[in-house]
Design a protein around this ligand. Structure first.
Ligand code: NAD
Ligand code: LMR
Length: 328
């Protein structure tokens, strides 16, 4: 083992996504099978949460992962984020049956202001931040705004679960393998307004738009199925998605750190004005990744239907941002 360990902070580490995530990070699935990691785990100070975290750490130890170079339990973000190279901000209050993400905005704004400030104070200057906790785009925006000394581009939100959900639906529709689907993207907010766009997508090199050739299916079946998948899982399980969310977080960080080999992936990233999205809005875009950096795919044609969808999800995000302005 020759590589120097990197520090990976995970918040909400004793929650259900944490339980599906930590073991995969420690086994090398996120940063590579040759990259040792030190886990810096954050939970709320509450005794029950800290005890649960202790149990998770016992299990991590019992896995005897060769790449796990250390595990720390924390209740203070200033300690959990010390020198961290990667920060996965999962801890937040999950949505229960009948609740919308907007209801969670104010409660979560407090959490992400404090965590953004802590990252600003103590994290590695190159820390790569992924916000999973909902409302993910706006929480990432709040953390980014609370960390003025860190590069804004290093604050990202998770739309990869939406991307993966869309890919799976398209594979079923076209009778092809999910691994053959390329050039798919999901624009906008991680919410039912997201716009999953397969106009450029291919499967085995064939245009998915041509194969499907059904705009009614797109508007009335595909988009609502992908957009409301989180709610469908809550209705079925009584709990929000966890294993698939953890899997998407691994995909997002792995591709960011190790590269997407020219393939498009979807990341929620602060706009620089691309596609008319105002600068600073954390928006789902198609990106390619290489050398630890992502690059928004530019120059795609936006037709009238797509523009309308993008406007809707942008308006929702701007409404969320306006709702938290006074807290920043
Ligand atoms: P959970 O309730 O099982 O776990 C959340 C954990 O976070 C709890 O253990 C809680 O104690 C902890 N926590 C709360 N506030 C914290 C804070 N300030 N600092 C540190 N820890 C804190 O929830 P979960 O199912 O793991 O989901 C976590 C979040 O992820 C929720 O907001 C959920 O809506 C969101 N989510 C997002 C996506 C996505 O695609 N972006 C997908 C699924 C779930
Ligand atoms: C999901 O998409 O599964 C999560 O964001 C949970 C939710 O509230 O929909």
């Amino acid at each position: 083992m020759s590589k120097t360990p990197v520090r990976v902070a995970v918040t909400g580490a004793a929650g259900q996504i944490g339980y599906a995530l930590l073991f995969r990070i420690a086994s090398g699935e996120m940063l590579g099978k040759d990259q040792p990691v030190i886990l810096q785990l954050l939970e709320i100070p509450d005794e029950k949460a800290q005890n649960a975290l202790k149990g998770v750490i016992m299990e991590l130890e019992d896995c005897a992962f060769p790449l796990l170079a250390g595990v720390e339990a924390h209740s203070d973000p200033l300690q959990a984020f010390k020198d961290t190279d990667y920060a996965l901000l999962v801890g937040a209050r999950p949505r229960g049956p009948g609740m919308e993400r907007a209801d969670l905005l104010a409660a979560n704004a407090q959490i992400f202001t404090a965590q953004g400030k802590a990252l600003n104070a103590v994290a590695s200057r190159n820390v790569k931040v992924l916000v999973v906790g909902n409302p993910a785009n706006t929480n990432a925006y709040i953390a980014m705004k609370s960390a003025p000394d860190l590069p804004a581009k290093n604050f990202t939100a998770m739309l990869r679960l939406d991307h993966n959900r869309a890919a799976s639906q398209l594979a079923a529709k076209t009778g092809t393998k999910v691994g053959d689907i390329k050039k798919l993207t999901v624009w906008g907010n991680h919410s039912p307004t997201m716009y999953a766009d397969y106009r450029f997508a291919t499967t085995n090199g064939q245009s998915i738009k041509d194969l499907v050739n059904d705009q009614v299916w797109n508007a009335d079946t595909f988009l609502p199925t992908v957009g409301k998948r989180g709610a469908a899982i809550i209705a079925a399980r009584g709990l929000s998605s966890a294993a698939s969310a953890a899997n998407a977080a691994i995909d997002h960080m792995r591709d960011w750190a190790l590269g997407s080999n020219g393939e498009w992936v979807t990341m929620g990233v602060p706009s620089n004005g691309e596609y008319g999205i105002p600068a600073g809005v954390v928006f789902g875009f198609p990106v390619t990744t290489a050398g630890g950096e992502y690059k928004i795919v530019e120059g795609l044609e936006i037709d009238a239907f797509s523009q309308e969808r993008i406007n809707i999800t942008l308006a929702e995000l701007q409404g969320e941002q306006d709702g938290v302005k006074h807290l920043l």
